[in-house]
Design a protein around this ligand. Structure first.
Ligand code: THU
Length: 160
C-alpha cells in the first residue's frame, strides 16, 4: 500500500498587501459584474471576470431561473462566453467575487464543483494554466492553476 498526497498551494493576500495591477483590475471587473447578477431566489450575487491571452476581459454574473436548475453560475457564464467568442484564445486568469444583501463577502468564496470542471476543460484545451483569483472583500486567495483546485479530476485523458 502506498500513501499519496496531493498538495494545493494557496497564496493569501490581506487587504493591505499589494496585488499586481492586472489582478486588481480583474477583481474590480468581477465585483462590477456582481451588480448585474440576476439572483432573485438566492439573493447571492457572483461576478466573474476572465482575462484572455489577447488582453480581452470578459465578465459575467450568475443568472437564476424560476426552474432552479436552469440557472447558471457566473464562472460558467463567463467561461462559456469567452470560449464561444474567442475559440482559439487561451484564458490567462479568472477573478471571482460574491456579494449578499449586506455587500461583498469578506472571505474568498471558491467556485462550485461544476464550475471547477468547466474551468479545467478550458485549462486543458489550451494547455495553459489558468490563475484563479478568489476575491474576498478583505482577503484574496490566488491559486496558480485549476488543476490545483480540482485534483484527481475526470478529464479528456480518460476518454482516449
Ligand atoms: N453561484 C455561482 O455563481 N458560482 C459558484 O461557484 C457558486 C454559486 C451562484 C449560483 C446561484 O445563483 C447562487 O450563487 C447561489 O448558489
Amino acid at each position: 500500500m502506498k500513501k499519496k498526497e496531493i498538495i494545493t498551494t494557496i497564496y493569501e493576500y490581506e487587504a493591505a498587501d499589494k496585488l499586481k495591477d492586472a489582478d486588481l483590475l480583474l477583481i474590480n471587473k468581477a465585483k462590477e459584474a456582481c451588480n448585474n447578477s440576476y439572483s432573485p431566489y438566492s439573493h447571492f450575487s457572483v461576478g466573474a471576470a476572465v482575462l484572455l491571452e489577447n488582453g480581452e476581459i470578459i465578465s459575467a454574473s450568475n443568472q437564476e431561473n424560476a426552474a432552479y436548475p436552469s440557472g447558471l453560475c457566473a464562472e460558467r457564464v463567463a467561461m462559456f462566453y469567452a470560449n464561444s467568442k474567442y475559440p482559439d484564445v487561451a484564458v490567462k486568469s479568472i477573478a471571482i467575487a460574491s456579494a449578499n444583501k449586506d455587500g461583498f463577502i469578506e472571505k474568498p468564496v471558491p467556485p462550485c464543483g461544476a464550475c471547477r470542471q468547466v474551468l479545467m476543460e478550458t485549462e486543458q484545451r489550451f494547455k495553459k494554466n489558468i490563475k484563479v483569483i478568489l476575491a474576498g472583500n478583505n482577503k484574496v486567495f490566488e491559486i496558480s492553476s485549476v488543476e490545483q483546485l480540482l485534483p484527481l479530476s475526470f478529464d479528456s485523458r480518460f476518454l482516449k
